[in-house]
Design a protein around this ligand. Structure first.
Ligand code: SF4
Ligand code: SF4
Length: 294
């Protein structure tokens, strides 16, 4: 008889109602709280803008909120979006480069709501430092973006990494990031946290390397990988790179699906997205937190 602990049961129940980790949960809504503006690394595909309501991609939000504002917005959304099952922190920078804000926000919400699922995405640089705190805060699902498991390839993707106040560049930067990502994913997986690894497929840089990344994720105990298309953003280092076609992405997912479970339905959402994955309603809420008190 396989015994399933209470904690494992809870995480399985939470996964069942998480629209990103379970494509059958598409009737449930998630809400991203844009409380994390700072980042501790620089990816060559990233440009973050804070006032871009017509653009829909990671790193974009209409406003950055502080924890108290985020809590007010959460209460407003909870009232009007009854199928809300997940609160996520997805930037616009890196969640763990803004850990104090993440902690305060999640604690405020948890006092009010014992059941809502906490989800967070990170580049993984600070995961070894914060993995235990995340478990204590009740985070059950974590997404780590890991684009390479070879510092030579990673060195082409990251401009710099700021670790413990020191800037590292090139392969040295990629090596520190990678080492922390590997340790962090393993720590979370051992604690029963569901780990999704995002991999941005970048033509001519990491496109042939992705199966290696996926194998490593499986070895570390990750649950699912999400191979995504690079969105070439104006003014980013990778702005002129050719796009990977849909067919190429699908073929890579299929190939890696032989190693482990793949995500096929990611929408590459904004940092302030609200609603089901098929119906973003964030525009309905984007100013409302200003008009209400706690
Ligand atoms: Fe941008 Fe995220 Fe990379 Fe930071 S980790 S530079 S926010 S894409
Ligand atoms: Fe889910 Fe992908 Fe959107 Fe994140 S970016 S909320 S994983 S669909």
């Amino acid at each position: 008889v396989i015994e399933v602990s209470e904690a494992e049961k809870t995480i399985a129940e939470k996964t069942a109602t998480h629209p990103c980790f379970n494509c059958g949960a598409n009737d449930y809504a998630r809400m991203h709280l844009p409380i994390a503006p700072k980042c501790n690394i620089s990816c060559n595909y990233c440009v973050r803008k804070y006032d871009c309501p017509n653009e829909s991609r990671p790193g974009v939000t209409t406003q950055v909120l502080n924890p108290k504002e985020a809590f007010i917005k959460y209460k407003e959304v909870k009232k009007r979006v009854p199928n809300l099952s997940v609160i996520g922190i997805a930037g616009p920078g890196d969640a763990l480069a803004n850990f104090d804000e993440v902690k305060e926000t999640l604690q405020l919400i948890r006092e009010q709501d014992k059941n809502v699922t906490f989800c967070l995405s990170t580049n993984g640089l600070m995961l070894p430092q914060y993995a235990t705190d995340l478990v204590e805060l009740g985070v059950s699902h974590v997404t780590i973006t890991m684009n390479a498991v070879d510092p030579v390839i990673g060195g082409k993707i990251y401009k710099y990494v700021n670790f413990m106040g020191v800037n590292y560049f090139g392969e040295a930067a990629a090596a520190i990031l990678l080492s922390n990502q590997l340790t962090g994913i393993k720590m979370l997986a051992l604690k029963g946290i569901v780990c999704k690894v995002n991999i941005v497929m970048i033509k001519g840089i990491n496109d042939t390397h992705i199966p290696e990344v996926v194998k490593k994720v499986k070895e570390l105990g990750g649950s699912i990988t999400n191979i995504m298309q690079l969105i070439p953003v104006k003014d980013s280092v990778f702005e002129d790179l050719p796009l990977v076609s849909n067919q190429e992405i699908m073929a890579m997912r299929k190939r890696c699906g032989e190693t482990m479970k793949q995500m096929y339905h990611c929408k590459q959402c904004r940092a302030d997205a609200i609603g089901t994955l098929g119906n973003d309603v964030s525009f309905e809420f984007n100013a409302c937190h200003k008009t209400e008190g706690i």
